[in-house]
Design a protein around this ligand. Structure first.
Ligand code: SAH
Length: 253
């Protein structure tokens, strides 16, 4: 494939290895009938998804040139020209939907926060991310890479790190390695705590991740008197989802 002109702000790194594209497409469990692809670009993943008649399939792509290219090469594809971060997810499909993509890496975290916020509608995500982001999302408590997204997403999803992808299978090659992860919604409907506050506690705790929670949570301006001392002596990266729930429930105005 000739070297394509990358539009930097769009995070365009086109996958050139068909077998990897197929592997990503086949990483969907197939249990969710509606499917949204984010950033299809020149359709390397798309064709495997279109071939699969199980799916009510749509794609959203921000880049006009790519949209035109997709229209001419895949006339049956329903491609929305627009920004996933602004897309109205409530009317997109009649029911819940899975999300797939070799995502634009510059907006990875924002995509994942959107998934978290819309978790009742998104039972499954298969996505390629910068390897570091994938590792962070899939990290377990106690590891250095465990962070805000690991806690928030693992509260509601089972997260699997599927495989690593090398730079040279992209055009143009990114500076970093990539990795594919799968998120599948778990059975948790709610966390038995004030979820808005939970998110605030997780974010604040990790904001100063080297500090113990006793110090890191000071900006919340809430009383920590009822929180078990054992939790306050730890750092955010040492807490499980259940620990964060306990913490949230014991904060007092
Ligand atoms: N899936 C293709 C392209 C990956 S590059 C492949 O694997 O080859 C990321 C793609 O996301 C680009 O096509 C880019 O134009 C698109 N994109 C970037 N920001 C976007 C956004 N906010 N919403 C939808 N698509 C976006």
């Amino acid at each position: 494939m000739e070297q394509v002109r990358a539009k930097k702000f769009l995070g365009q790194h086109f996958l050139t290895d068909e077998s990897i594209a197929e592997r990503i497409a086949h990483s969907l469990t197939g249990q969710v009938p509606c499917l949204l692809e984010i950033g299809p670009g020149m359709g390397v993943l798309t064709k495997y998804l279109l071939d699969d008649s199980r799916y009510n399939f749509k794609a959203i792509e921000l880049d006009r040139e790519s949209v035109e290219w997709l229209h001419s090469h895949y006339p049956s594809l329903e491609v929305i020209e627009g920004d996933f971060l602004r897309l109205d997810l409530t009317t997109l499909f009649p029911t819940s939907f899975a999300v797939i993509g070799n995502f634009p890496y510059n907006i990875s975290s924002q995509i994942l926060f959107r998934v978290f916020e819309n978790r009742q509608q998104i039972p499954e995500v298969v996505g390629m991310f910068q390897k570091e982001v994938a590792e962070r999302v899939a990290a377990a408590p106690g590891s250095k890479t465990y962070g805000i997204l690991s806690v928030l997403l693992s509260a509601f999803y089972n997260i699997e790190y599927l495989f690593t992808v090398h730079e040279h299978v992209f055009n143009p090659p990114p500076k970093v390695k990539s990795a594919v992860i799968r998120l599948t919604r778990n059975d948790v409907q709610n966390l038995d705590c004030d979820e808005k506050r939970f998110v605030q506690v997780v974010k604040t705790g990790f904001n100063q991740r080297r500090k113990t929670l006793r110090n890191a949570l000071k900006p919340l301006n809430m009383s920590l008197d009822s929180v078990p001392d054992e939790l306050l002596q730890k750092r955010a990266e040492q807490l499980s989802v259940a620990d964060f729930v306990t913490l949230t429930n014991n904060l007092m105005p």
